[in-house]
Ligand binder design. Structure first.
Ligand SMILES: N[C@@H](CCC(=O)N[C@@H](CS)C(=O)NCC(=O)O)C(=O)O
Length: 210
């Protein structure tokens, strides 16, 4: 299999970290989304939604949503488990992956994509141009702050976002926090000691630099 990838943005990073945690190395093909390579006719055949990452299997099957990619890798390479080891643990991890996508990732994207001058006319990813709405940027920033608060509460007395060990839920949440603080310039507010303790621990794992 091979991964259509690009260093910097959060979505491909979530897959690279999962691969690193499993000790896997797959062929990577760079798609420069800064220069618009995702809109080339060649790449549109691989992903008509014009986003990275895409995992292409040896039989040509392509998978373009992060959770679908990561769960596929988990099924093929189950060790170490990153989606839990019991139905209950798996459900909680999936719950937090979903929560993080909707209320973390989409909130940062809403804030960034509706305000960054370089993304004018590109408020939503994909083949169609969508105008920015400045009020959505403001709403996105507020939603990110709520996400920080919710995560801090969830991490009270816990070392991991969900389940009993490091999981895909930790990967997703860490990548969203880094997306917020580095790309969207939304700092973690004062306080939130659980969030900061947990972030320092997960960011120190070697996989975080993948
Ligand atoms: N399909 C992915 C999202 C992938 C995505 O949004 N990728 C971004 C980078 S983080 C991208 O390719 N952006 C292209 C663009 O901005 O035109 C998911 O499962 O949520």
């Amino acid at each position: 299999m091979k991964l259509y990838d690009f260093p910097g943005p959060p979505s491909p990073r979530r897959v690279r970290i999962l691969l690193a945690e499993k000790g896997l190395d797959v062929d990577k093909i760079s798609v420069d989304i800064r220069s618009g390579e995702q809109f080339s006719d060649e790449f549109k055949k691989i992903n008509p939604n014009c986003t990275v990452p895409v995992l292409e299997l040896d039989d040509g099957t392509t998978i373009s949503s992060i959770d679908a990619i990561n769960r596929y890798i988990e099924e093929i390479y189950p060790e170490p488990p990153l989606f839990g080891t019991s139905p209950e643990e798996r459900a909680k991890i999936n719950d937090w992956c979903h929560y993080t996508n909707v209320n973390g990732f989409m909130a940062v994207a809403e804030a960034l994509r509706n305000s960054a001058p370089r993304l004018a006319g590109r408020a939503i990813t994909g083949p169609r141009d969508v105008e920015q709405i400045p009020a959505l940027a403001e709403r996105g920033r507020q939603r990110v702050l709520y996400f920080f608060e919710d995560l801090d509460k969830q991490l009270e007395g816990r070392d991991f976002v969900a389940g009993n060990s490091y999981s895909a839920a930790d990967i997703g949440a860490m990548v969203v926090i880094d997306f917020a603080t580095t790309m969207a310039k939304i700092e973690m507010p004062e306080g939130l000691p659980n969030l900061k303790r947990w972030h320092a621990a997960v960011a120190a794992r070697p996989s975080a630099s993948a």
